[in-house]
Design a protein. Structure first.
Lengths: 106, 186
């Protein structure tokens, strides 16, 4: 349980992007900032999430305009590719910078 | 758990995921080059007149084939990374260009022709070790074995090129087995 003392001096928390304040969504955006495009299956394998959970996280990122989905058929199988948008790239950069400042201060 | 501990735990999780996200190249590429090197490096011992033609065709063609196999593998894995592909292309492309430029030394008569073989091995060994350090760790073993092969060329008289070919082929086959296992585990 978090006590007031635990979070003393963490004013920077408010500067963090609330949408990226979840490890799965943060990991998705960091992965997509390193690799141009990743499939749903690849993300699922790397993150160890269920289809439903990962789908929900990706939908939130899509709704915020951070991630763009591209549905394709390859070898007759549907594959959804995800890529970071310019807005998403900017958001993850700011969020990671904020985290570094915060953890550096703490 | 405090907010700081949670954030640190999240970052550890993200770091772990990112470190697992760099898959090795397709095993087929290592096996392809193992066969090419076994044949190509033994040519000076058995058919020296065909060596130059072999490498002039198979070198660039293999480079293009590797590019295609790498792209197909990336699509299958579900991770397309243009920047990473460009780094690989540039790395191996520069190696080919360097070998071509070194060949000019022989062509212009600055160094005797027999120097070209060991010099090419040295350039390739250097390129493999650098690739092993910066692009794909599985290339360290074949790169190291190429340096051993360079020593063989300097100190062994009979079938030295065949020995080099065998060493490099073994190194690449080991890399192929390791890469295949890693992809299967992923």
């Amino acid at each position: 349980m978090t006590t007031p003392d635990d979070d003393a001096g963490l004013e920077g928390l408010d500067d963090l992007d609330r949408l990226l304040d979840h490890r799965v969504r943060l990991a998705v955006t960091v992965l997509l900032s390193r690799h141009r495009q990743m499939s749903f299956r690849r993300l699922k394998d790397l993150l160890g999430e269920t289809d439903g959970s990962l789908g929900a996280h990706l939908r939130k990122l899509e709704d915020a305009g951070y991630v763009a989905a591209d549905k394709k058929f390859e070898e007759r199988k549907p594959i959804t590719w995800y890529a970071l948008t310019r807005e998403g790239r900017k958001a993850v950069r700011q969020h990671v910078r904020g985290l570094k400042d915060l953890l550096g201060d703490a | 758990m405090s907010e700081i501990e949670r954030l640190e735990s999240d970052l550890t999780f993200v770091r772990g995921v990112v470190s697992r996200s760099a898959p090795p190249g397709p095993a087929l590429i290592y096996w392809f080059w193992a066969i090419v090197c076994a044949i190509g490096f033994s040519l000076p011992d058995f058919a020296p007149q065909r060596m130059a033609t072999f490498w002039m065709i198979v070198g660039p063609a293999g480079w293009l084939l590797s590019m295609f196999l790498g792209y197909r593998h990336a699509k299958r894995v579900g991770q397309l990374d243009a920047r990473e592909g460009a780094r690989h292309l540039a790395h191996w492309g520069v190696m080919l260009v360097t070998i071509g430029l070194a060949a000019l030394l022989v062509r212009q008569g600055h160094v005797p022709g027999e120097v070209m073989g060991p010099l090419a091995i040295l350039i390739v060994a250097f390129s493999y070790v650098l690739a092993g350090l910066h692009l794909d760790k599985f290339l360290l073993l074949p790169g190291g074995l190429m340096f051993v092969g360079y020593g063989v060329l300097l100190f062994v008289d009979d079938f030295s090129w065949t020995i080099v070919g065998a060493l490099v082929a073994i190194g690449l086959a080991c890399a192929g087995i390791a890469a295949g296992r890693t992809v299967d585990d992923a």
